[in-house]
Design a protein around this ligand. Structure first.
Ligand code: KIV
Length: 273
């Protein structure tokens, strides 16, 4: 049995802070898991971090299933949640159930994440009532980027802050085991966190949330562009990786790699006698 399941994640509310990371493949999932991450999210941010798209909108079910299965193979203790991609849960509850079920049956995920608040109540109820744990996601919804007109802080007016509170309450009542709250002012995030009985996991939403999630590539400094304001870079790996690649290329060209210590023993010619 894994150390982290949805009951333990729920029970963290008010007792300890949850630390969640995204991962998109086996190697990084192993590292995040062995470092002690409580929840690993196979985010559809993989559209940008791994597949080179400019938004999450082009990501497909096949992309998500492929990467989720790899993350599951690399994870022993953390809860693995798969992001449901754009249009895999919005068209009908039947389609949402079928697609969500594939993440559990085919990829081995422990649950799914869907974007949207009160409007997703019916979907969250149908999934949870049928044995599929759901992580909600409110605030900035990257799959709605074409409606939002940019990656902007959400909930800045009284009206939108009230809507966020209703969204969070609606998702919790529908059975979501936790809720991601993205890019919301810290005072509003504190109100949302206090308003629901399930953990609120913040990203760009201040420190009052019950936990935090960061995109792995941002935390590790794997991109060459400057990070968003809310990101803390715990490493700056892009220049180091680039320097390692450049050293390899220079060594090969100079005939310095491989050196004798990288050779296998020469084959012993068989004598004919
Ligand atoms: O896709 C993703 O990585 C996410 C996180 C930013 C929460 O949804």
């Amino acid at each position: 049995m894994k150390k982290w399941n949805t009951s333990k994640i729920r029970a963290a509310k008010g007792s300890y802070k949850l630390a969640c990371l995204t991962a998109y493949d086996y190697a990084f999932a192993r590292l995040a898991d062995s470092a002690g991450a409580h929840l690993i999210l196979v985010g559809d941010s993989l559209g940008m971090t791994t597949l080179g798209y400019s938004t999450t909108v082009p990501v497909t079910m096949d992309d998500m299933l492929h990467h989720t299965a790899a993350v599951v193979r690399g994870t022993r203790e953390a809860l693995v949640i798969a992001d449901m991609p754009f249009l895999s849960y919005q068209v009908s509850i039947e389609e949402a159930l079928r697609n969500a079920g594939r993440f559990l049956q085919e990829a081995g995920a422990d649950g799914v994440k869907i974007e949207g608040g009160a409007i997703r109540r019916g979907c969250v109820e149908a999934l949870t009532n049928n044995g599929i744990p759901v992580l909600g996601h409110i605030g900035l919804l990257p799959q709605s980027i074409h409606n939002l007109g940019g990656y902007k802080v959400q909930g800045k007016t009284q009206e939108t802050a009230n809507a966020l509170l209703e969204d969070a309450r609606g998702l919790a009542a529908a059975g979501a085991f936790a809720i991601v709250l993205e890019c919301v002012p810290p005072d509003i995030a504190a109100l949302v966190t206090a308003a629901v009985p399930v953990p609120v996991i913040g990203i760009g939403s201040g420190s009052a949330c019950d936990g935090q999630v960061l995109v792995m590539n941002d935390l590790l400094g794997l991109s060459e562009s400057p990070p968003a304001k809310f990101v803390k870079q715990y490493a700056c790996l892009a220049p180091q990786i680039k320097a390692a690649f450049a050293s390899f290329i220079a060594d090969v060209q100079a005939g310095e790699f491989p050196a004798s210590e990288h050779f296998y023993a020469p084959a012993q010619p068989k004598s004919n006698s």
